[in-house]
Every structure is written in structure tokens, then in C-alpha cells.
Design a binder for this molecule. Structure first.
Ligand code: ADP
Ligand code: MG
Length: 177
């Protein structure tokens, strides 16, 4: 199976429309509630797209205490937060090469019992687990966001349930087909 840049051809694609910051927070909290030990969520998108904002909401959904504020670890690359399961927040913005990630041993967290959330995941191209959730956030220049989701069955079932419950989030989907 391809371990390259994208989730493979077998991935299901979905686009969702978040109409406000509140909807981003809702979506993030829900992802945090759905997360299972060993999950990996990749957040792609330009500066200001909302990757750290979404991570903060995911942390809330994981019951990370408010006192543990999730901030951009760009200067730190990695930060771990305690929650229902641990949150491993990684930001590869300042890294240039996969070898830097391997030297830091960060890939070892992907299979531990927490949730890994990665900003700038293209820096880790080739070493990410297949069964990850890839979210690409687009900022149209207002407070709404379009998020393109790609994943394999491990996430698909959970997301399909979520979208059945909240169909208003969906723009288009090949999930459940
Ligand atoms: P990134 O980590 O992708 O560089 P940040 O999360 O740091 O982006 O910044 C996103 C900014 O956009 C924040 O100031 C946030 O309040 C703002 N914002 C406005 N609307 C939204 C939305 N719907 N979703 C996410 N962020 C939003
Ligand atoms: Mg960020």
C-alpha cells in the first residue's frame, strides 16, 4: 500500500463546510470525542487556515483540562497534553526533512496509545501511517472554512456516523458508498 504523499486511492473523500468559528470548534470537539488510542490526524493548510484552532477544539473533545492551553508548538515542534487519552500535538512547520522527525523519534508516537495531531504533515511524507485522517483546511478569507477529508475505513465509519447525525456539515461525500 502506498505510504506516499496522500492517503491511497482507496481513501474516501469528503468535503465539509464549516460556516463559523463555532462550527470549527464543534467539529474539532467531536473529532476529539471520536478519537481512539493510536489515531493520527493530519492537518494541512496555509498559515492561518485554522490548524491550531482545530487542534484546540480536538483537545477539548479529549477532555484536556482548560489549564493546559493548546498553543502552536511551532517553536517546540512537539507538545504532549493529558486527556481522556494523551494528545501528541506536532507542528512540523520548521522542519524540512523526514530525517529530522525520525531523529527526534516523533514517529514512535504514532503507534502509542494517544491521539497524534500533526500540523504541516507533508514534511512527514512517507512515514505517516496509512490509516490516518487527512484534513486539508481552506480559508476563503472570512470566518468560514472548507475542510477536505480523506481517510481509510478506520475513520470512515466514525465520520459517516457523524455526518449522518449532522448532514448540514457536508458539501459532498463518497463515504458510505
Ligand atoms: P494555523 O494553525 O492553520 O496557522 P490558526 O488556528 O493559528 O491557524 O489561526 C486561525 C485563525 O483564524 C484564528 O485566529 C481563528 O480565530 C481564525 N478563524 C476564524 N474563523 C475560523 C474558523 N471557522 N475556523 C478556524 N479558525 C478560524
Ligand atoms: Mg498552527
Amino acid at each position: 500500500m502506498d505510504k506516499g504523499d496522500g492517503v491511497t486511492d482507496k481513501a474516501k473523500q469528503t468535503s465539509i463546510h464549516l460556516k463559523s468559528l463555532d462550527e470549527t470548534r464543534f467539529f474539532g470537539r467531536t473529532l476529539g470525542e471520536l478519537a481512539l488510542p493510536g489515531d493520527v490526524i493530519c492537518l494541512d493548510g496555509d498559515l492561518g487556515a485554522g490548524k491550531t484552532t482545530l487542534t484546540q477544539a480536538i483537545a477539548q473533545g479529549l477532555q484536556v483540562p482548560d489549564s493546559e492551553y493548546v498553543t502552536s508548538p511551532s517553536f517546540a515542534v512537539f507538545h504532549q497534553y493529558p486527556g481522556r487519552i494523551p494528545l501528541y500535538h506536532m507542528d512540523f512547520y520548521r522542519l524540512h526533512d523526514v530525517s529530522e522527525i525520525l531523529d527526534l523519534g516523533l514517529d514512535e508516537y504514532f503507534s502509542l496509545s494517544g491521539l497524534t495531531v500533526i500540523e504541516w504533515p507533508t514534511r512527514a511524507s512517507g512515514i505517516l501511517p496509512d490509516d490516518r485522517l487527512e484534513l486539508t483546511i481552506e480559508n476563503p478569507g472570512d470566518d468560514s472554512r472548507i475542510i477536505r477529508c480523506a481517510c481509510l475505513p478506520g475513520w470512515e465509519t466514525r465520520l459517516a456516523d457523524l455526518f449522518r447525525q449532522y448532514p448540514g456539515l457536508l458539501l459532498e461525500s463518497t463515504m458510505g458508498h
